[in-house]
Structure formats: C-alpha cells, structure tokens
Write a protein that binds this ligand. Structure first.
Ligand code: SF4
Length: 443
C-alpha cells in the first residue's frame, strides 16, 4: 500500500512527516510523492493563525478531491484544537490528535487498515526526503512547551514537554547519514526545554550528537533566547555545529514583551548577541517579530524598530499579529487596526533588506563550504545553477560552468557579491575544490 504525506506549518510538522515515512516503511508500506496514486493520505495540519487553519481545511478538502478513493488521515494542531469541527469535513476517515501522533503509522495500520502487514526488510530512511526533493533532514527531538506566551496557541495544541531519548536521536541521525543526508536540523516546539522530562538537557544532547555521529552539519531549529545556558557558545568550536541561531525576539520593546509574557528583555537579548558574536566567528542570527501586538503604541513601535535595527539580523520573519482564539492575547485590550498593522509591517519590510545587505557585505570575497541542495536551472549559456547554504545559514547561488553535479554536495566556493533581487549571495567557481567536509567555517 502507498502512503502520501502532506504537511503545513512549522519545521516540526515537516520532521513528523519524515518520522512517519520511516514508521510506515517499517510496517511494509511505500511512500508516494503523488496524492492521486496513494491508498492512504496523511495531512499534518497547522493552527498557529486563523489563516493557517483556513489553509489546513483547504489542504484536507483538496486531498479528498484529488483522491476520494484513498483513506484520509488528519493530524496536527488544527485537528487537536478543533477535532469536532475538523471531523465535520467530508471524507476524513481518521483523526489522530497531537498527543498520539508519534504512533500515527501504527494507529492507521491497526485502526484503519486492520491487517497485519508483513515485516518487510524495507530500510527506512531518507526516501521520503528525496522524494520531496530535500537533502536536509528535520529531526524531532522534543514536543510541547511549559511556557504560556500570551500570543501562542502552539503550547495549547501540543501540550506538556516530552523529549526523545538521546540514543534515539543519535540513531536517527546515523540512519539519515547512511542515507546520504549531510545536514540535520534538531527541531521541536520548545527545544530549549529538551530533556526536562528525562533528566537531561539540550547541551548534553548536542554534545552526544557531535560525539556519536559523523554527519557533516548539525543545525538547531528555532530556540528561545532565554534557554541558552552557560558555555552554550563553546559548542560552536566544533565546525560541524553550524554557527547560526534562529532566536525569536518577537518585539524590541520591553513593555510589549511583558504583555507577551516573554522571558527575555531587550537587554538580555543584546547581551546574548554580544556574547555569541564575540565567541563564534561569522555567527549569524535570524529572528521572528510580531507586528501590531495589542496595545503597541507609536513609542513602543519606534523603540521596537530602533532595537531591531541595532541587532544586525540577516533575516526577519515578520508576523502581523492575528488574534488566535484560545490565547490570552486575543482578549487583550487595544487591538491594533489592520491598517496600522499594514503600515508597520511595510516599515519593517523596508528595514529588513537594508539590515541584510549591511550584514552580508562583510562576506564578499570570503570562502565557505556550501551544502548545495538542488539544481535550480540552466542559464542561456548552458551553465548549471545551484542553490545552497553556508554553515552560518546564508543562501548562496552558484553558477557552474562545468558538468560537475553539485546536488547534495558540500563544496568550498568564494563569495563574489549579492543579488538583491533574489536575496542570495553569489559565488564564483574559480575556487571549486573537491568536497572537504570539515573545512573551517570561512577563510
Ligand atoms: S516558548 Fe515558544 S512554544 Fe512556548 S509558549 Fe512561548 S512561543 Fe509558544
């Protein structure tokens, strides 16, 4: 039987798709990249905003329309927060809430297919990734969150913190590496809380992954800024641990941060950036900012812009605030009019590229080992175009004028400029060298 897996939303939803694909293969199913050809379709939904809920419902209906014959399984945050409503959508055969999703493949097999599948020797692994054109793997290390940021529905949808054992994470990464995956991203809902339920912590996990695997590149998913304990930045002395962190600031105004119930003030965030940049060469930081949080007055907004501008982020994910039923922020007074949110979002969208160019200009002429993902096209002169990422998560476009295939390879290139249109760094081929995995981050 063939299973098609679809997801919306965060990297954790993506990581769950990868582990479900392994689980289904171990049960003797095969993974299909085509919904119309599948016998079972699994949709991993998102509910972070009302818009995400709308898109989740659309994806469920679309899957049903494309293949009404298939068994339709729905999981994820939307299915967990509003099961009654979700269940009213025609064609759903099984709803698996978040608290059971780690066993989804077995539940589908037992409750929906109801047949004992032969234990085929199908080697689970990266098939689903490659089917979906990916060569970096999200590895789920934990789920749930103990905090209650006032805007966040995820902590409601995903429940308490629960961590995967260190040995299981290490085994999963070694299996992926055997399958030619060269980079893993450790992800979860609140990865800073990793180990809180199994008497360990994130630092110990990362040390174990560095010591017990040989995968060339290990990256962290989004991590809350207040979770990086002492000596954390010493980990980056190992060139296999990628010198980039996505640290959600959410706002550059302390009074707004207080209304968000965030545990990091701007002074703490500043201190963290200074420490990171003094300890780790080429340390790159990206972030999330919520625009138009309830009560955000003009002074707070200006304060926010000034602070963000002083942080030198290479990229900002901008989220206009949308009240999410079930969160405290949705009921806060002083909801900001849409028109004002729009103006502020535009102001931040103007600031972000300026800041990006300021950060990227420092890299011109430098050499970096880049993991090239996909071949994205051919120029009119027949040159091959590849996209990839530096260790510190800067996107690089490389035009190769020889027939060397760079797909899923790590190559050392020299950065030659910046394409503002595509927001990518450009690299020359002059410096192309055979794959050297653990070259220092940059020369
Ligand atoms: S720490 Fe992150 S996941 Fe937890 S409540 Fe806050 S925003 Fe949500």
């Amino acid at each position: 039987m063939r299973v098609a897996l679809k997801a919306l939303g965060c990297r954790l939803n993506e990581a769950e798709l990868e582990s479900w694909s392994n689980d289904f293969q171990r049960l003797g199913y095969s993974i299909s990249g085509d919904v119309s050809m599948a016998d079972i379709v699994v949709v991993n939904t998102c509910a972070v905003t009302q818009e995400a809920v709308k898109k989740s419902r659309q994806l469920i209906r679309k899957s049903q329309r494309i293949n009404p014959r298939a068994k339709l399984v729905v999981s994820g945050c939307y299915a967990s927060l509003e099961p009654e409503i979700a269940n009213k959508i025609d064609g759903i055969d099984l709803l698996v809430p978040n608290r059971h999703k780690d066993r989804l493949a077995q539940i589908v097999n037992d409750e929906l297919i109801g047949q004992a599948m032969p234990q085929l020797a199908t080697v689970a692994g990266a098939t689903a990734l490659f089917i979906r054109g990916r060569n970096r793997a999200f590895v789920k290390i934990q789920d749930g969150c103990r905090y209650r940021c006032t805007f966040c529905i995820v902590t409601v949808a995903r429940g308490d913190e629960r961590s995967k054992a260190i040995a299981d994470v290490v085994n999963e990464i070694n299996t992926l590496h055997q399958q030619d995956i060269r980079e893993v991203i450790l992800t979860g809902v609140h990865i800073g809380g990793y180990g809180s339920d199994i008497d360990t912590d994130l630092l110990t996990l990362i040390k174990a992954v560095l010591a017990e695997t040989d995968i060339p590149r290990i990256r962290l998913g989004s991590v809350e800024p207040w979770d990086l304990g002492e000596n954390f930045f010493e980990l980056f002395a190992n060139p296999r641990f990628m010198p980039h962190l996505h640290l959600p600031l959410q706002s550059g105004s302390d009074t707004v941060l207080r209304r968000m119930a965030r545990r990091c003030k701007t002074a703490d965030f500043r201190k963290l950036l200074v420490e990171a940049r003094s300890c780790v060469r080429d340390f790159n930081v990206t972030t999330d900012i919520i625009v138009g949080f309830p009560g955000e007055n003009n002074d707070e907004w200006q304060e926010n812009l000034l602070f963000i501008d002083s942080c030198d982020f290479s990229h900002i994910h901008i989220f206009p605030f949308s009240p999410r039923q079930g969160t405290r922020a949705a009921a806060l007074p002083g909801q900001i009019p849409t028109a004002v949110k729009k103006i502020r979002t535009q102001q931040l969208q103007q600031l972000a590229p300026r800041m990006r160019i300021r950060v990227l200009q420092h890299y011109n002429g430098r050499g970096f080992p880049v993991l090239f993902a996909n071949h994205t096209g051919t120029t009119t002169n027949g040159e091959q175009v590849y996209l990839g990422y530096t260790p510190n998560y800067l996107k690089v476009k490389f035009v190769s004028n020889d027939n060397l295939s760079l797909k899923n390879r790590i190559h050392h290139v020299r950065l030659t400029g910046y394409d503002e249109q595509e927001a990518v760094l450009l690299a020359s081929s002059a410096e192309l060298q055979d794959e050297a995995v653990t070259l220092p981050a940059g020369d």
